[in-house]
Design a protein. Structure first.
Length: 382
């Protein structure tokens, strides 16, 4: 395997990214200018007005965009099923995501980060509606861009295994689950759950019903380092997160020392001031920047975060490469030796090991009792 090209990795991290950077070296998707070339990115759909090539993104770059559905419920745009798919086709997105309404409700007067799950019955209604819309979009593709059906992904929602199964039941009712690939090329899971056993249940569900049938899976908004350990273990095809980008906003720094014995994998650089007075990282990004010089000037100080993002991306790609390389039956043991994992991550790895031995359903029946119910997510607003 060529280590410099990531096409052979079974599970890939897709970083949320800017459309362009002031320092062209940080445009990691641009083979000619990048300090570190990594042709994968996720950009907000609304940011594009025309084809991706007009934004310096060529066909070698695996480009993902949201479907706009989440933006609609947060009041940021007014896409519908038709304008969403047309826009994704127009810009040349590598995957086309079905226009979904996430079954969540904004907390009263709260910021976008604060959502609660809808009640069970209401969620079922939304799942049915999402399936109808996705099938309508699939039909649109059949008539207008039939070669793109293989790139079209339905989006599974549901905060419990029962609700995930409900998605499959409705799909089976409408099209016959064995015909799934006539309508879709893969599936997305909206696995936002912060609770590890439920998060892992999502991954195992996706593996059981899609990966094992040869259909690619994308996990939305998940890719923080500990989650990455579980995502790669379950062979999720792609997963996106803004974790690398958090370096730009918070100066959150991904550990680049190869080990993380205490303090986790992510640290923050701004809380204690800048701790370095010279070169401290030899990654392709840090090698090209003099942080102290940038910090000495108020104007250039702002760009430090962009380099931290580049560094973070590089470290995360190294980590996914390492995780991808591990044998599945040695995985739990080796990871524990190299990384000090929280107990709930170790428990999640053991859950996956059991699923390998005894099947997903048996493993789920043994681990479902560990799923902690978050009270704030149970309350219904309907
Ligand atoms: Zn670095």
């Amino acid at each position: 395997m060529k280590i410099s090209d990531y096409t052979n990795l079974k599970s890939k991290y897709i970083p949320v990214a800017n459309l362009s950077c002031e320092d062209k070296g940080l445009e990691f998707w641009n083979e000619e200018t990048a300090y570190f070339y990594y042709p994968y990115k996720l950009v907000n759909l609304m940011q594009f007005k025309s084809h991706k090539s007009n934004y310096g993104i060529d066909d070698n770059c695996f480009l993902l965009c949201d479907s706009g559905g989440f933006q609609v419920i947060t009041g940021k745009c007014d896409y519908d099923w038709e304008s969403s798919i047309k826009q994704q086709l127009l810009i040349g997105a590598t995957r086309l995501f079905a226009f979904d309404t996430p079954p969540i409700t904004k907390k009263h007067d709260a910021s976008n980060a604060l959502f609660v799950d809808m009640a069970h019955e209401k969620t079922k209604e939304i799942i049915k509606m999402n399936i109808d819309i996705a099938l309508k979009q699939s039909n649109y593709l059949k008539q207008n861009a039939p070669d793109r059906i293989k790139d079209f992904f339905y989006i599974m929602h549901g905060g419990s295994k029962e609700l995930l199964d409900y998605n499959l039941e409705v799909l089976d009712e409408k099209i016959g689950i064995e015909n799934y690939s006539k309508y879709f090329g893969g599936v997305c899971y909206g696995a936002k759950s912060p609770e590890r056993i439920m998060f892992t249940t999502n991954l195992l569900h996706a593996r059981e019903h899609f990966i094992k049938k040869g259909l690619p899976v994308h996990i939305l908004g998940a890719g923080a380092p500990y989650k990455m350990v579980l995502l790669v273990r379950c062979e999720m095809t792609t997963f996106d997160s803004g974790t690398a980008l958090s370096g730009q906003t918070y100066w959150a720094w991904i550990n680049h020392m190869g080990t993380a014995k205490s303090g986790g994998l992510v640290g923050s650089l701004n809380t204690h001031g800048w701790p370095f007075d010279g070169q401290f990282c030899d990654c392709p990004v840090c090698r090209n920047v003099d942080y102290n010089k940038l910090l000495s000037n108020e104007e250039t100080r702002k760009s430090v975060g962009e380099y931290i993002m580049g560094h973070n991306l590089y470290q995360m790609v190294r980590m996914t490469t390492f995780l991808n390389g591990l044998k599945k039956d040695k995985y739990t043991e080796v990871i524990q030796e190299f990384v000090s994992l929280p107990n709930d991550v170790i428990q999640a790895l053991e859950y996956i090991d059991l699923a390998d031995k005894e099947g997903f359903e048996v493993a789920y029946s043994k681990y479902k009792h560990f799923i902690k119910k978050d009270k704030s997510r149970q309350e219904s607003l309907f």
